[in-house]
Design a protein around this ligand. Structure first.
Ligand code: MN
Ligand code: MN
Length: 296
């Protein structure tokens, strides 16, 4: 398989898992069960998990993945983002949808979905990321919602989820241009809140930044596991359970690794309390005069 075939394969699996997620998100269902089932679907397909399945509800926009003993149950009127990442040999497909269980927030869901489609229609070699941001922001604003200005799409690299270039969700002066062959995730977020996300208190997602000398036994053990199994991709704290460490050992190990700069924590990102956020995301490959969506 060449590079493009690996992307296409990752995209096909990611789309299938995302649609399974759409079915599984139902009132009364535990977020932990959904995440575990979707992650199992990815590994059963022979691909790798590019990041923990995110199931962010209502004002939570991103980075909520269930903890090992998570008791979050999907509510009857929840607005649920399912964000899935699959990699084949490090080539990543990243895709997300929003499920509106009450059917009362279809406008909000449509705003991010339409912004994504408009951005895809404009994406080709030579277009600047600032222009795409303008299209996204304008679409969401016209629908009566706020684009989330401090969340962005991103260039994908091999085993690198955010490979430098960001695709903003609002107009910016960033003149850097899309180039043929780039793999890019575009992910508009629309909000009924302020359109700015803040870091919450909960962190379940981490990513290796640097292999540095660490003193603690548990920290060292976690670092070795992460470097071998997850490499430079984000991982969930719950994945470390079942590897012979206790919850206490995992917590102190992670704490030391964050303090030494070996790991970067990714806290849950939320808009203001009581607000609702929708997300739509596809991964595309930039072509000369258009782009190919690999996660349809
Ligand atoms: Mn995503
Ligand atoms: Mn993404």
């Amino acid at each position: 398989m060449d590079e493009i075939e690996k992307y296409l394969q990752a995209g096909k699996i990611a789309a299938r898992v995302r649609e399974k997620g759409r079915q599984l998100v139902r009132p009364g269902k535990k977020a932990l069960e959904i995440a575990e089932e979707l992650e199992k679907m990815i590994t059963d397909s022979g691909a790798g998990i590019a990041f923990p399945v995110n199931i962010s509800v209502n004002e939570n926009a991103a980075h909520y993945t269930p903890s090992h003993d998570d008791d979050l149950v999907i509510g009857e009127k929840d607005v649920v983002k399912v964000d899935v990442g699959v990699h084949v040999d490090g080539y990543i497909a990243d895709t997300a949808i929003t499920v509106d269980l009450s059917q009362e927030n279809q406008g909000l869901v449509e705003a991010s979905r339409l912004a994504l489609e408009n951005a895809i229609a404009a994406a080709k070699a030579g277009v600047s990321v600032g222009e795409l941001g303008e299209i996204i922001g304008k679409t969401i604003t016209e629908k009566g919602f706020k684009p989330v200005s401090n969340l962005t799409g991103h260039l994908l690299g091999r085993y690198v989820l955010h490979a430098g270039l960001s695709i903003p969700n609002v107009k910016t002066n960033d003149n850097r241009k899309l180039e043929e062959g780039m793999a890019v995730a575009i992910e508009p977020f629309a909000s009924t809140g302020e359109g700015i996300v803040k870091e919450g208190a909960v962190t379940e997602v981490f990513m290796l930044q640097a292999v540095v000398p660490v003193r603690g036994r548990h920290a060292r053990r976690i670092m070795e596991t992460v470097a071998k199994e997850y490499k430079t991709l984000p991982f969930a704290e719950r994945w470390l359970y079942g590897k012979g460490m206790t919850g206490f050992q995992i917590r102190i190990g992670l704490k030391e690794l964050v303090e030494t700069g070996a790991l970067r924590p990714y806290p849950v990102l939320h808009d203001v309390r009581g607000s609702l956020v929708s997300q739509a995301e596809h991964t595309i490959i930039i072509e000369k005069d258009s782009c190919k969506v690999i996660t349809r």
